[in-house]
Write a protein that binds this ligand. Structure first.
Ligand code: VG1
Ligand code: CO
Length: 544
């Protein structure tokens, strides 16, 4: 088979963000745009000759043509074998699982996660390394550098491969295997959780759940695992067929973008348990009957109950949470006598800690929870973990959470997002606040005294790499926190995220409303940073 070398010129905007290169579909469709980035990935890797690459995506628009391009270029760049999920489908955690289980060199995952899809929506490409996790910064930086100097890419002239039949094909010297996207992943879940106990729970007829796959990638996984293997009632999984535009929705499992599920769970005949996952299947939202579990609490509760699941029966080595995630998990770690690590936003920062065996569970406030079973956050895993805990404790979700608060105290927590604000204005607001950070400690604002303030910087405990500029933190004397960050996953303008938290030990106050409880701190955040004035917005776009 002939390898073709195509001459090209660099684009200057191919710097991967929080999780890969994420752009509008129209940007990716420019001639050579995808090819340039894929060649930059391959160029940044060493010794790929004869190696195995895993390829799959969340099924969004442009998934299939992109896979054809990536596979042909893999053949031209010397890979020995490519594993592709049937139909081009692989959820992010399943891709991580396959990379590990099949000892692949790495994988390319096509997704823009929770961002909307379709011809006018977003697309994304991320590279995962051999441990199954997102490429660390030094690797993504090498790709970006390469993309700025690229002059040619390599591909092969060949007919498209058949993505829809489980079989082996050849592209020159390279084997292409179409694999069942669910098999390896489902087998791993069976090892980790007590499927018999969960099966009995569903079988009792006294327990009902709804899982909203949001027309994204988790549909086939949830149908197989929840309905087929665990015996949940047919219809438990809703919106279970992946669609290229996610049915026009925003596949982000939160109270704003999953209104259908939220309405069911708030209804008079609400089931016992509700859950949803995002575009690429790595996020989760967990709901009880008329009850929302914050992702930060979910991490803490799973940690406190981990021994109920067979995969974690021996206990946890440690816990890690991203900096903006609430401190609820820290209290559990303290009680368990284990370490709790605080990392920058983005799953890639957990990789070294997991590989070194320092932590077992990880979580982010952005509906991400996971463990050392793979190297990505894992939506369905979190749902199965909750089901395992419910089956063992035989309690309602709300009761489990309230008991947790009584024991550990409650971290009231909210995130306010200001989406698509003017980039320059958002940058300026951050810069201005950054220069004033040193003057803040000691200031009193009503009931709150500022204890310290900094621009979060992280030194990886394993490889000692330093990641600075990871968010402005204002910490108060009684455990309250206000954090300002600019998103690294948006594709239009800037997204400002403001994270606000307080801590309450007194159980008589645990029933309070989150937004009301945090209102004075939310007002203070605006006062300190001038959000309204700088962004011209009088309220956030999304509150979680
Ligand atoms: C967001 C979240 C972050 C998460 C990232 C990728 O990043 O805040 O916690 O790791 O998305 O999630 P940012 O930079 O926009 O705040 V996903 O589901 O895209 O893989
Ligand atoms: Co995602």
């Amino acid at each position: 088979m002939d390898i073709t070398t195509v001459t090209t010129t660099p684009f200057t905007d191919q710097r991967p963000g929080t999780s890969g290169l994420r752009k509008k579909v129209a940007v990716f469709r420019q001639p050579h745009y995808l090819e340039n980035f894929v060649q930059s990935i391959y160029d940044a890797l060493e010794g790929v000759e004869g190696q195995t690459l895993v390829v799959g995506g969340d099924g969004r628009y442009y998934n299939r043509p992109a896979i054809q391009t990536i596979v042909k270029m893999a053949a031209a760049n010397g890979f020995g074998r490519v594993l592709v999920g049937r139909g081009g489908i692989l959820s992010t955690p399943a891709a991580s699982c396959v990379i590990r289980k099949q000892h692949a060199y790495g994988g390319i995952i096509l997704s823009a996660s929770h961002n909307p899809g379709g011809p006018d929506g977003d697309f994304g490409v991320k590279y995962n390394i051999g441990n199954g996790g997102p490429a660390p910064e030094k690797v993504t930086e090498a790709m970006f550098q390469r993309s700025k100097e690229i002059t040619a890419y390599r591909t092969v002239e060949a007919p498209d491969i058949d993505l829809d039949t489980l079989r082996e094909q050849r592209l020159g010297q390279m084997r292409v295997e179409i694999i069942d996207p669910v098999a390896d992943y489902a087998a791993l879940m069976e090892e980790l959780f007590d499927f018999d106990a969960i099966h009995a729970l569903f079988n009792s007829g006294l327990f009902h759940m709804r899982f909203d796959a949001m027309h994204a990638v988790t549909g086939p996984y949830a149908l197989e695992i929840l309905e087929q293997r665990l015996g949940a009632q047919p219809g438990t999984v809703m919106n279970g067929v992946p669609l290229e535009d996610f049915g026009g929705g925003h596949p982000d499992p939160n109270l704003t973008y999953a209104p259908e599920l939220v309405e069911i769970m708030n209804g008079a005949t609400a089931p016992d348990f509700g859950a949803a996952s995002d575009g690429d299947g790595d996020r989760n939202m967990v709901l009880g009957r008329r009850f929302f579990v914050t992702p930060s609490d979910s991490l803490a509760i799973l940690a406190a109950n981990a021994k109920l699941a067979p995969g974690y029966a021996h206990g946890l080595a440690g816990i890690a949470r991203s900096m903006p995630t609430s401190c609820a998990a820290d209290r559990v770690a303290e009680a368990l006598g284990i370490e709790c690590y605080e990392t920058p936003t983005g799953w890639k920062f957990f990789g070294n800690l997991l590989d070194a065996g320092k932590v077992t569970l990880c979580g982010e406030e952005s509906f991400g929870t996971g463990s050392d079973h793979v190297r990505e956050k894992d939506g369905l895993w979190a749902v199965l973990f909750w089901l395992n805990v419910i089956a063992k404790r035989q309690q309602a979700v709300e009761d489990i959470v309230r008991e947790h608060w009584t024991r550990f105290g409650r971290n009231f927590y909210t995130r306010h997002d200001y989406e698509e604000v003017d980039s320059a204005a958002a940058q300026q607001m951050m810069t201005e606040l950054r220069t004033r950070l040193a003057t803040l400690p000691g200031q009193r604002h009503g009931d709150y005294v500022i204890d310290s303030a900094d621009d979060f910087s992280y030194t990886d405990p394993i490889d000692h790499s330093v990641s600075s500029g990871q968010g402005l933190r204002i910490l108060f004397a009684e455990g309250e926190r206000i954090i300002f960050r600019l998103s690294g996953t948006g594709t239009a303008g800037a997204t400002l995220r403001v994270y606000v938290e307080s801590y309450e030990l007194d159980p008589s106050r645990h029933h309070q409303d989150t937004q009301e409880t945090l209102a004075p701190l939310i007002a203070l955040a605006d006062q300190l940073a001038g959000i309204r004035q700088r962004t011209g917005r009088d309220r956030p776009t999304v509150i979680t």
